[in-house]
Design a protein around this ligand. Structure first.
Ligand SMILES: Nc1ncnc2c1ncn2[C@@H]1O[C@H](COP(=O)(O)OP(=O)(O)OP(=O)(O)O)[C@@H](O)[C@H]1O
Length: 249
């Protein structure tokens, strides 16, 4: 069964103030990399973040996305998640897709920790019954105790990250999308977070992970796609692609 099937998809963004001088000079530079196009009078300029990408993901696929800054990795994750729809081509999505692209997204400052467990849980596609059954376990993982009854505007950054991470990793995804998530917090939390993250990734049927950390890609992914200028330059078994990538980048 294909969870994700992308057929010749492009994602484009119109640049409305392309006549502005400083933006224009930046656009000229990007144009040389082939991702900018404009009409004949230069008024309607578009950035092509993804260009004719085809890809299918099945049960067991753990796909790494690699490539330089601006290659299109985040755009591809957002296309898979449904944040973007293709301007050309098509995508079909099946199963529960959980994007962990911004772990603090959907948190409300004036709500308590417990209320945020519910809010973000719903946003990530959990049912109210599922949230209730996981509430205690999420609370315990955060170690925030009585703080969970206070509005999260009273939390430190580290406390917010603990809460957001605990909620995000309590879901049961079919397709898990990750954009360089872990790495913040104190040392003991990072250890705990890694263990929980490993459990989450084992529950997911498909993973797509964008990273600049080659060791992380090797550890997690069995397939890798190398993106360049919005196109898939190479895709295949991780070690084969990484060797080619490391030769030139
Ligand atoms: N909302 C947007 N509006 C206009 N251009 C965008 C937008 N989002 C991305 N782009 C452009 O699309 C291209 C791909 O960006 P993307 O963020 O997908 O790259 P990336 O591979 O994730 O880069 P990085 O490794 O730096 O995070 C870049 O040229 C970027 O400037």
């Amino acid at each position: 069964m294909n969870y994700i099937k992308i057929n010749n998809a492009s994602v484009e963004f119109p640049i409305f103030d392309a006549q502005n001088r400083s933006i224009k000079s930046e656009i000229m530079k990007l144009g040389k990399r082939g991702i900018i196009s404009s009409d004949s009078n230069g008024k309607h300029v578009t950035i092509k973040s993804l260009d004719s990408v085809s890809l299918s993901l099945e049960h067991g696929d753990k796909l790494g996305l690699i490539g330089n800054n601006g290659a299109g990795k985040s755009t591809l994750l957002k296309l898979i998640s449904g944040i973007y729809e293709p301007s050309k081509g098509s995508i079909t999505r099946k199963g529960k897709i959980v994007p962990l692209l911004d772990i603090a997204l959907g948190m409300d400052d004036d709500s308590t920790g417990y209320q945020n467990i519910k809010l973000r849980g719903l946003l990530l596609g959990m049912t109210p019954a599922e949230i209730d059954s996981k509430r205690l376990e999420i609370a315990e993982f955060t170690e925030l105790e009585d703080y969970l009854n206070l509005p999260i505007r009273t939390y430190s950054m580290g406390m917010r990250i603990r809460l957001a991470f605990a909620i995000s990793t309590a879901v049961d995804p079919d397709v898990l999308l990750l954009d360089e998530v872990i790495g913040t917090g104190d040392a003991s939390f990072i250890q705990k977070a890694e263990k929980r993250f490993n459990e989450l990734k084992d529950r997911a049927k498909v993973i797509v992970l964008a990273s600049h950390d080659n060791a992380v890609i090797r550890r997690i992914c069995n397939k890798t796609a190398w993106l360049e200028g919005g196109k898939i330059k190479m895709i295949g078994e991780t070690e084969t692609i990484m060797r080619e990538y490391e030769k030139c980048c």
